[in-house]
Design a protein. Structure first.
Length: 379
């Protein structure tokens, strides 16, 4: 049976953004080394801007209060490459936080025994960025232009040797369904706990584009490979299955349209706060400004979130786009509306457009591919 997604959507909440986030993203440095991935959109990845300790202390004031109410509250150290900040500085940035779960998203190239000891000592969760086996990892290269696969694998081997659990995020530049089985088999043997799959997106200087049908066939083939050997949780497949269960169980508020958005504040190295879309951090638009809602060195994070609509110039335009998606797209209950960065980069600097290439490859094609497999095999 095919799951339809065009059921009536619950009315949108009066307040669009939740008052308290589930996590905050911290940028300890803009520098990414030693890699220089060809699809990277980050504007300052070759400059070593370090987050001052005062920024982390300011963020911790609000976060520590939230963590008292939510023991699963997460502080995600992202970049750039967060390990480029160095162990001493990263430890100092983490020091003001209490009762949170720290995680780092790393390219693994800098991981050595000392870093592994640091991760274990502080009980830091680890996410690794690797795009699959060597032939699928060709866009991840070093500053010298050499393939980075072996460097990344050395870091992963150190994690395994120290028995440090890790999750993986992979970027798929060519969603070829013929490669989906090999892609999944690689991660099933890697030892990771979960796999997040990002079809290469049009963001910043990267203008990637993929056909919807090819992407749907890739997701269908990936679902088949996962179903054969469900050793690794695949984030995207789980999202579709969770949505389908909610529909079949007739649960209320199954779509993002029926609940508040997680503001997911991203704290740039200088204290600037970008909401909802970490990918907009560091960009400057002549019409919309720098996308920040303020700076934690001047206003506490709790206030910035409570006053987000008044302080964030682009949010009203973005909400108009979300409402347009809801009114026109049969996949809205599953998708919830295109992400701000994709709208901005794909619609000539506008945030009130509707469908994006990201929608088609990573939401619509995903839904079609997974449900197509289910329809063919789950009777």
């Amino acid at each position: 049976m095919v799951i339809r997604v065009s059921a009536p959507t619950p009315a949108a909440p009066t307040r669009r953004l939740a008052a308290v986030p589930e996590a905050v993203v911290m940028q300890p440095t803009t520098l990414c080394r030693p890699l220089d991935c060809t699809y990277c959109y980050l504007p300052f990845r070759k400059a070593k801007h370090l987050m001052p300790l005062a920024v982390a202390a300011a963020v911790a004031t609000s976060v520590n209060a939230w963590a008292k109410e939510d023991s699963s509250f997460e502080v995600v150290w992202h970049g750039g490459e967060p390990l480029s900040a160095g162990r001493e500085h990263l430890a100092a940035l983490m020091a003001p936080f209490r009762g949170v779960k720290h995680t780092v998203q790393t390219n693994a190239a800098l991981l050595d025994d000392a870093w592994c000891a640091f991760l274990l000592e502080k009980d830091i969760g680890v996410g690794v960025s690797i795009d699959g086996p060597a032939e699928m990892n060709s866009h991840r290269i070093t500053r010298a232009g050499h393939p980075a696969f072996q460097v990344i694998m050395r870091g992963i081997e150190r994690l395994r040797r120290h028995e440090i659990p890790f999750d993986v995020i992979a970027v798929v530049s060519d969603p070829d369904p013929a490669q989906a089985a090999d892609f999944y088999t690689f991660f099933a043997g890697l030892g990771c706990r979960s796999l997040g799959v990002n079809i290469e997106e049009h963001e910043g200087v990267n203008t990637a584009h993929h056909e919807t049908e090819q992407a749907a066939e890739f997701w269908e083939a990936l679902t088949a490979a996962w179903q054969t050997n469900p050793a690794v949780r695949v984030r995207e497949i789980s999202r579709v299955l969770d949505f389908a269960r909610a529909v079949l169980n007739d649960q209320g508020a199954i779509s993002r349209g029926g609940r508040s958005w997680d503001p997911l504040p991203t704290i740039a190295y200088d204290g600037g706060v970008v909401l909802v879309s970490p990918e907009l951090t560091g960009f400057l638009d002549p019409r919309l400004g720098d996308f920040t809602s303020g700076n934690v060195l001047r206003t506490d994070l709790k206030t910035l979130l409570s006053e987000a609509d008044a302080r964030t110039s682009w949010l009203a335009e973005f909400w108009r786009g979300v409402d347009a998606c809801k009114a026109t797209c049969p996949y809205f209950d599953f998708c919830g509306g295109a992400h701000p960065a994709n709208r901005y980069f794909e619609h000539d600097g506008r945030l009130d457009g509707t469908r994006t290439r990201y929608c088609t490859a990573s939401k619509i094609a995903l839904f079609e591919g997974v449900t197509r497999y289910a329809d063919a095999h789950c009777h």
